[in-house]
Design a protein around this ligand. Sequence first.
Ligand code: HEC
Ligand code: HEC
Ligand code: HEC
Ligand code: HEC
Ligand code: HEC
Ligand code: HEC
Ligand code: HEC
Ligand code: HEC
Ligand code: HEC
Length: 363
Amino acid sequence: MDGGEVGRMAHSSIGVLAFLVALAASAEDGKPSDPAAALAENQECLECHSEAELEIELDSGETKNIFVDAQKLASSVHAKLACSDCHTDLKGKSSKHKATAFPTAREFAVNYSDQCKQCHFANYTKTLDSVHHDLIARGKLDAAVCSDCHGSHEVMSAAEPRSKISRTCAGCHEKVSTVYAASVHGKALLNDESPDVPACTDCHRSHDIADPRAGAWKLKTPQMCGSCHTNEKMMSKYGLSTTVLSTYLADFHGSTALLQQGEKGARPMVALCTDCHGVHDITHVNAPGSKVLQANLVKTCQQCHPDATENFPAAWLSHYEPTWEKASLVYGVKKFYAVFIPFIIGGLVLQICLHLWRVVVNR
Ligand code: HEC
Ligand code: HEC
Ligand code: HEC
Ligand code: HEC
Ligand code: HEC
Ligand code: HEC
Ligand code: HEC
Ligand code: HEC
Ligand code: HEC
């Protein structure tokens, strides 16, 4: 073929199409195809795949609808991609292709989710550290993969509106999500779209979800709660104290938990925030069912202090900084020591100085 022929071919519309298809086929992994080439390829695939009733039967006996909604794909974040940017196994095979050999619909979804990593490698790498990935690797295929949380042909921004995040998790974690929905955090997010309260992923993260039963993770939860509950600007909107973390850490429970954080393989033994307030069922502290309401507090302590009586919590400072009005004895003793200790040390230093002086003068 000489130069003139190529020129003529490129000018004919068929030539342009062939050129574009070839370009699509040569798109490198990890880079979206040229938009015009993508459009041309997608139209070819959709000639068959836009038929709504198109179904296949898998080896497992399940039927799988293979209709692709072009409208949804076009309004997704991937509008400009070619089908074969994700379905790389079908690159260049637009006219006739064989079915891929996945025996079940679940294996199909798990395997095709693996294609997302070509372009979203950072997110993919994070998922390798997640409980979900651990489960998949151990053959528990119902744990979440990319397309469960994001969809396949209809991927949109995952965090807008914010409540969408918790609803996504709810699809598989119904029990936890029902409890969460009734909590002080869940209600504010799901009913009022609050920008401040935690969605599931503020505590668990989204791609590198850790095992929440691991001691090391649990021991860090006070700092996790503290990330919001020490935020002056956020908490002032709700009239909530920002000293809950510092008072906790100054207390016996908190200082022990802090010490344990450095230990390898440590299991929490003392009360963490969640032992007193709950986890997915956290309420306003003065709500009728609250675990920290005066009437229920002894029962909360009795989880670990079985001999605790009615007076037991009264002897404890809760989140209060000791003041003259509240815990006057503790306040008084603290103030006494604040004066007494410098006085003793000062006296000691003075005595040594006087002693030295005498030695020098009497020599
Ligand atoms: C001539 C019609 C036709 C065209 C064009 C076509 N397909 Fe298909 N496709 C089918 C049929 C029929 C099946 C079911 C195959 C089977 O069960 O043997 C299928 C199955 C599939 C499947 C899922 C089933 C599986 O097991 O793999 C995917 C994914 C797919 N096609 C993607 C594409 C892509 C991407 C393109 C364009 C590059 C494309 N198809 C072009 C007809 C077509
Ligand atoms: C952003 C990546 C991406 C693009 C672009 C994409 N697909 Fe898919 N597709 C997937 C994933 C992931 C699955 C598996 C979804 C599942 O089963 O949960 C899938 C599944 C399918 C299936 C099986 C039926 C189904 O919906 O599960 C067909 C058929 C298919 N795709 C065809 C196409 C065609 C045709 C195009 C282009 C018009 C296309 N895909 C574009 C990622 C993509
Ligand atoms: C060929 C490359 C490619 C593949 C494969 C791909 N994506 Fe994307 N993805 C993109 C591009 C490009 C964007 C747009 C980025 C932007 O707008 O900043 C995007 C955007 C996204 C976004 C929105 C990001 C945001 O900022 O809100 C999500 C979520 C996403 N992709 C998930 C997926 C999932 C899940 C898969 C697999 C089913 C997948 N992607 C496969 C290229 C790809
Ligand atoms: C358990 C649910 C879940 C799984 C599984 C999941 N994601 Fe996400 N993803 C989210 C949520 C929620 C967000 C938005 C909030 C955030 O960024 O944490 C998000 C955000 C994103 C974004 C846009 C923001 C960013 O970080 O760039 C991309 C791209 C993305 N995910 C890709 C992927 C890919 C690729 C996979 C598979 C390897 C995957 N996700 C698996 C839930 C999930
Ligand atoms: C496709 C379903 C699916 C989706 C969506 C999903 N998960 Fe999971 N997740 C599972 C399965 C299955 C397990 C294994 C434990 C079980 O059966 O409950 C699991 C385990 C977990 C665990 C470990 C708990 C344990 O009992 O071992 C946490 C934490 C978790 N998921 C959080 C989330 C969060 C947060 C989201 C949303 C961002 C989410 N999951 C979305 C299916 C899903
Ligand atoms: C305020 C922080 C926080 C939020 C918000 C939160 N979790 Fe948790 N979650 C935790 C903590 C802490 C644990 C560990 C509980 C324990 O075992 O002591 C946990 C445990 C879990 C577990 C495993 C144990 C169980 O109870 O089954 C799953 C699954 C889970 N969370 C899913 C979710 C989902 C889904 C959401 C959103 C609907 C969510 N979480 C919201 C903090 C949170
Ligand atoms: C040993 C039990 C216990 C532990 C541990 C604990 N709390 Fe509390 N918390 C309480 C009690 C009791 C109250 C109610 C105090 C009152 O009514 O004056 C309370 C009140 C609160 C309030 C409401 C404050 C206000 O301004 O009304 C918040 C928020 C809170 N705690 C968060 C936390 C956080 C975060 C942690 C961990 C860093 C934590 N708590 C640890 C028992 C506990
Ligand atoms: C993403 C930020 C955020 C995180 C993380 C968070 N909270 Fe909250 N929390 C809030 C906000 C905001 C409110 C006020 C909600 C309202 O009143 O509508 C609140 C309310 C509360 C209340 C009710 C106080 C009252 O009496 O009104 C308690 C108790 C509480 N949180 C405890 C916790 C604990 C324990 C954790 C950790 C397991 C935690 N929170 C993690 C933001 C957060
Ligand atoms: C999750 C378990 C747990 C919960 C719940 C709990 N504690 Fe503790 N607490 C401990 C452990 C463990 C110690 C250290 C061992 C010990 O001395 O008994 C401790 C020590 C203490 C101490 C130090 C003095 C002492 O007795 O050794 C006080 C005071 C205390 N707790 C008060 C409370 C109060 C009040 C409550 C209820 C509001 C409560 N605790 C709830 C586990 C818990």
